[in-house]
Design a protein around this ligand. Structure first.
Ligand code: ADP
Ligand code: ADP
Length: 228
């Protein structure tokens, strides 16, 4: 069954419609890529999925609950989602502290925090800088840490807005490895906004093409990427 079910969703700014989706189901425990040019409405869609923004009309069902009324910051539904932006912000403290943060605010026990943070530091190849101040690391490392911070509590949903847009190939590979790990090992439903058709083809199970706020094409990758 889908993790999100959208029906007749419309969002406008200053009288201009920027999102108009008749119907969209987003598969559970899969990677769904959302592709489209700048201004297509991809970020707006992510914000609505995350409950950060409210649609004007329509329904958005997540975990059997309608999210359109907007859910508050501390809502357990939102707590089961994580989002990573294109330019990640590092918090104060060490690399370790940054990743531990999302477990701490969810009141995970200390030994559980230690185990999970160390496991993911290993996975992203940054264990050697665990105790370095997060403000002193490179952009590529920061993006890996931001994704680790979002994944470490094993969210139901991971919303990624162009997570590899400004990265070199080695960092892109690391990020993609993490995304696959989230899906396969944590059972996370990943929604990946990307400009990169090759990335969608490599990573996604399902791809959605957007243009001017509409979905112009969508389907299983097998079908989407084999038709001429
Ligand atoms: P994408 O992520 O595909 O580049 P966006 O969702 O960011 O597209 O934007 C879709 C359209 O909505 C754009 O025309 C953008 O200018 C407009 N838009 C997005 N957010 C706002 C806002 N807060 N106020 C006014 N217009 C906005
Ligand atoms: P040790 O006590 O030998 O360092 P631990 O199991 O306590 O072994 O931790 C292993 C590594 O995990 C540490 O070297 C450090 O990188 C990281 N770590 C564990 N807990 C913390 C913490 N509270 N703050 C920062 N880093 C930590």
């Amino acid at each position: 069954s889908p993790v999100f079910e959208i029906q007749g969703l419309v969002k406008g700014f200053n009288g201009k419609t920027v999102l108009d989706i008749e119907h969209l189901s987003i598969g559970s425990k899969a990677v769904t890529a959302i592709i489209g040019p700048s201004g297509a409405g991809k970020s707006t869609l992510l914000s609505i999925l995350n409950g950060l923004m409210k649609a004007d009309v329509g329904s958005l069902i997540f975990e059997g609950q309608d999210m359109i009324e907007g859910v508050k910051l501390g809502d357990p539904l939102r707590r089961s989602m994580a989002m990573v932006f294109q330019n990640p912000v590092m918090f104060q403290g060490t690399v370790y502290d940054n990743i531990a943060y999302s477990l701490k605010i969810r009141k995970a026990p200390e030994n559980d925090i230690k185990e999970k943070v160390n496991e993911i530091l290993e996975l992203i190849g940054l264990k050697h800088i665990a105790l370095q101040k997060a403000g002193t690391i490179s952009g590529g490392e920061a993006q890996r840490i931001a994704l680790a911070r979002a994944m470490v509590f094993r969210p139901k949903v991971l919303l990624l807005d162009e997570p590899t847009a400004s990265l070199d190939p080695a960092n892109v590979m690391q990020i993609e490895k993490l995304i696959v790990h989230a899906k396969k090992e944590f059972g996370t439903s990943v929604i990946l906004v990307t400009h990169n058709m090759f990335q969608a083809r490599r990573l996604a199970d399902y791809t959605v093409f957007m243009l001017n706020g509409n979905i112009v094409e969508s389907g299983d990758n097998e079908r989407i990427f084999t038709n001429p």
